[in-house]
Design a binder for this molecule. Structure first.
Ligand code: HEM
Length: 484
């Protein structure tokens, strides 16, 4: 009897201490942090118990979900980031809001973004809080930090060697050409005398970029790896559907419907390659699989979305179609082999590059990225506690009139005429690609001031350039491709 009481008392003590910790985390801490931040002038919407501001974000997004944009209106922020549109005028470019019970600082000021993204000492690591996204990418480059990131980077680096990327141009060009040939056959086959064909470019580009990645990174084709790709894509949709859910610790281990589905898809997407015995010592087989998933995730939707928006903007700007078509013709665009051999011809396509950069600005495939503070740190002149999420609202910054000028909302590739660094009031305002250093590299390249080029954006640019060039050739025919 005495022992039973003792056990019961111990259990009660553990439960009470756990309940107290939960209460401190969900009630006292948000209150104390809000007071400290307000005292330093950092404002924001108030904390709501447990959900923070996630309820309001979901509501604002749901309200905007049915809105259709006019084709000449590029402002999708009210649909994609309506909370930033609402809160920035109220609280300024840098403000605090709550992701559940976690303080989140929105960094809408490019100078503050620079402070965080240019840090190389590990003060602002990536934010791994969402377990669904962590499962989607595992320990691939996108989510790793510090020594682990360096080890992965060492192994993956050779794949981004500029000469290797240039060699891949032939493959990319081939994939694009075979897609265009398909469109042309569709035109030929149609009994339609007006020779008009409707192509759902968005899904075609998704297949195209999956095909390019399959060929260049995995040495197979989209068709061969289709089952794995589809599983990975479904996993991606599931992961992103949870972005605005409160993440409860331990919840990911419960056999909920979503978790069961995620586990099943993950097993499919992680089907091991056949040569299991040949695992190189630098990375385990699981890590290699995670890196493959990362490559597929990072390089697939990003490039296909960019291509879709590029086609859309070409279709709504016929005068630019004409200019780009002319440039492609003049710079040896008819000689497929030149491009296929080295990809060097793509560097000469100045107008095509300007067009792609402006598309990347207004329709950045990655509209937001997150980091977190590894300790109590000063961010934009305000001391924020360890574990604070730092949100960089790329799409919102790309439309900031103070940064890009009064015409920030307009599609004007001319702004990139003198290079990325001179397109806005801040030299590093174009945030579409990830690393600060690489943004600088790209700026140097465009300004003709240096030889460096970020390997990551070089890869994406070569792919987009190769495809856009082929696209321009297709559009150069007298027939019509309707973009929908
Ligand atoms: C238009 C095309 C692309 C855009 C806009 C884009 C954008 C981005 C952004 C914003 C990040 C940073 C994420 C973060 O730090 O939180 C990132 C990371 C990454 N991307 Fe891309 N990406 C594109 C194409 C590609 C392609 C084609 C590949 C490879 C096949 C690729 C591979 C990666 C990798 C490996 C990382 C992680 C890098 C690291 O942390 O070291 N991306 N990308």
């Amino acid at each position: 009897m005495g022992l039973a009481w003792l056990v019961a008392a111990a259990v009660a003590a553990v439960l009470a201490s756990w309940a107290l910790n939960v209460l401190v985390y969900l009630v006292w801490r948000p209150y104390a942090i809000t007071r400290k931040l307000r005292a330093q002038g950092l404002r924001g919407p108030g904390y709501n118990f447990f959900v923070g501001n996630l309820g309001e974000i979901k509501r604002l997004r749901a309200d905007a979900a049915g809105v259709a944009l006019d084709v000449n209106d590029h402002d999708f922020i009210p649909m994609v980031q309506p909370h930033f549109r609402k809160w920035i005028p109220l609280y300024g470019r840098t403000f605090v809001y709550w992701t559940g019970a976690r303080p989140t600082v929105c960094m809408g000021d490019v100078n503050v973004v620079k402070q965080v993204l240019s840090d190389r000492t590990g003060l602002y690591p990536k934010n791994l809080m969402n377990p669904h996204i962590a499962r989607l990418l595992g320990k691939g480059l996108v989510l790793t930090d510090g020594e682990e990131w360096k080890r992965h980077r060492r192994v993956v680096h050779p794949a981004f060697n500029m000469d290797k990327i240039k060699m891949m141009t032939a493959t990319m060009s081939g994939c694009a050409r075979s897609m265009i040939s398909e469109w042309e056959s569709q035109l030929m086959m149609g009994s339609n005398k007006t020779q008009v064909v409707e192509v759902d470019v968005s899904s075609r580009f998704e297949e195209l970029t999956a095909d390019v990645i399959s060929h260049t990174a995995f040495g197979s084709s989209y068709v061969e790896g289709k089952k794995v790709f589809l599983a990975q894509r479904e996993l991606q949709f599931l992961a992103f559907s949870t972005v605005f859910d409160v993440q409860v610790p331990g919840f990911r281990y419960l056999p909920t419907e979503k978790n069961l589905k995620t586990w099943k898809l993950d097993r499919k997407a992680s089907s091991a390659p056949e040569e299991q015995g040949k695992t190189p010592a630098l990375m385990s087989l699981d890590e290699i699989i995670d890196e493959c998933k990362t490559f597929f995730f990072a390089g697939h939707d990003t490039t296909s979305h960019l291509l879709t928006w590029t086609s859309f903007l070409l279709s709504t700007h016929p005068e630019w179609q004409e200019r780009l078509r002319e440039e492609v013709r003049c710079e040896g665009g008819d000689d497929d082999d030149t491009v296929a051999r080295t990809g060097d011809a793509l560097n000469k396509l100045k107008l095509v590059n300007m067009f792609l950069l402006e598309t990347l600005r207004l329709y950045a495939p990655v509209s937001l990225i997150n980091r977190k503070t590894s300790a109590d740190l000063e961010v934009g002149g305000v001391k924020v506690p360890e574990g604070t999420i730092l949100t960089i609202p790329i799409a919102t910054i790309h439309r900031d009139k103070e940064v890009w000028g009064e015409d920030a909302g307009e599609f004007r590739p001319e702004r990139f005429e003198n290079g990325v660094a001179r397109a806005a009031k801040h030299p590093n305002a174009l945030l579409s690609f990830f690393e600060w250093a690489q943004v600088v590299h790209r700026a140097e390249l465009r300004d003709g001031r240096g030889k460096g080029r970020g390997r990551h954006d070089a890869a994406a640019e070569v792919l987009d350039g190769a495809v856009t060039q082929n696209l321009m050739k297709a559009i150069a025919t007298t027939r019509t491709v309707t973009v929908r």
